[in-house]
Design a protein around this ligand. Structure first.
Ligand SMILES: C[S@@+](CC[C@H](N)C(=O)[O-])C[C@H]1O[C@@H](n2cnc3c(N)ncnc32)[C@H](O)[C@@H]1O
Length: 202
């Protein structure tokens, strides 16, 4: 699942990269902006992959259906610190406007994802240094998640982090799973070109 799919590039890339897993994988994407929803549908179609794309606020309306069922959530949220009013603006401002410390939307996404993630689920989220990633990790830790910074990239304007979260209960088993589990990060997922995608677009 991708929350805030925008152009659809991320969910489309994910569906293409994971195509090798076969037909059992279902993809979902949400965005509050109807134009983004339509654009994502076009991007998916153009690449011959499918996801259900839903116009909604974060995951509103999906919580009951998907409670504890989602294995992977990816989010590149609107994280730019802005005046609060900017969040309410319709249209393109919603792609960046994050309110105070850029955390206003992020802080609503975290509990929503907590409701949806399966026991073995992973959340990948991009944050800015200004969003206080350490505080985000602490908040998630209080909900029972371990976390890790997967990547850090600095430009002249931004310091970006890719954070990964998973249920702490499964953290202790990570190393023993690593060799065996097909979902282990050290097995198939590490073979996927996440890093090169990042580099191409950095
Ligand atoms: C930084 S853009 C990321 C776009 C795309 N995922 C990417 O990485 O290129 C953030 C996206 O989140 C969407 N968004 C903002 N607030 C949202 C909300 N409350 N619920 C769902 N989507 C939201 C915006 O419309 C925008 O498409």
């Amino acid at each position: 699942m991708e929350i805030g799919c925008g152009s659809g590039y991320v969910i489309t890339s994910l569906a293409i990269m994971l195509r090798q897993l076969g037909s059992g994988t279902q993809y979902l994407a949400t965005d509050i902006n109807q134009h983004a929803v339509e654009t994502t549908q076009g991007t998916l179609e153009a690449h011959g992959v499918h996801a259900d794309v839903i116009a909604t606020d974060i995951v509103s309306g999906l919580e009951k259906h998907l409670h504890g069922l989602v294995d992977v959530v990816v989010v590149n949220p609107p994280y730019v610190p802005t005046p609060e009013e900017e969040i309410e603006c319709k249209g393109i401002a919603s792609s960046w406007a994050g309110g105070l410390n850029g955390r206003q939307v992020i802080d609503r996404i975290l509990p929503a994802v907590h409701e949806l993630l399966s026991e073995r689920g992973w959340l990948y989220m991009i944050t800015l240094e200004d969003n206080d990633p350490l505080d985000i990790c602490h908040l998630m830790n209080e909900k029972g998640y371990a976390s890790r910074v997967l990547l850090k990239r600095c430009t002249e304007e931004e310091s970006l982090y890719v954070l990964k979260f998973w249920h702490e209960a499964t953290a202790g088993t990570n190393s023993s799973h690593a060799a065996k589990s097909p979902r282990s990060e050290s097995s198939w997922l590490s073979q996927l070109p996440f890093r090169s995608l990042w580099h191409k677009n950095a």
